[in-house]
Design a binder for this molecule. Sequence first.
Ligand code: FAD
Length: 175
Amino acid sequence: MTLFRLVYASRAADALTPSDHDQILVSSRRNNGKAGVTGLLAFSAREFLQCLEGSREAVSTTYGRILADPRHQDVQLIDCRAADVRWFGEWGMHGLPPSKLTRQRVLRYSERELFTPTRMSSGNVLALLADLAQELDAEQKATAPLEPAVTSSIRPSSEAPREGLLAKIGLKREN
Ligand code: FAD
């Protein structure tokens, strides 16, 4: 079975509230856990950035549902490829609220301090995700697992260390 990773960005619907974000994360975790899909959902009041990883079939089915969701619009597919390892293997869907998207982090990968993944280059979005994966991995190692998302049968048993992820995926920052 091919491990697959899909990344997209979108604009939040105008009337979206923090409780909508919570609801999205609840149903994502419920559904993704069953489907063996892991990933990250970063959001601001205006935009979403999501990474989905799992079997190609499961990722495609999940993405198909997400595309039809009226809680966001203008969905832009950023990247979609076979992957060697999961970046977010511990999370059915890790929610990354605006407080975690520091100005410093956003500025490292984009020309503006507002988190606007729909305007970032694909390379910079992937570099940001790899950076976040590395940090989450380090946090995970420092604390007990909070949110096991997938069963041990689908979690890769010999996941490669994420050190040097940027180098491993051949990415360079563009700014
Ligand atoms: P439920 O979660 O039980 O919801 C029932 C129905 O109501 C669904 O059709 C849902 O679309 C709709 N609904 C619920 N609340 C609202 C609302 N406030 N406004 C409009 N419609 C609403 N789903 C995943 O499974 N995995 C993901 O990783 C994932 N990521 C998402 C990322 C974004 C940015 C968004 C906007 C949605 C995401 N979703 C994700 C939700 C997805 O679009 C579907 O809503 C969800 O998968 C349906 O799950 P469910 O059948 O269990 O329905």
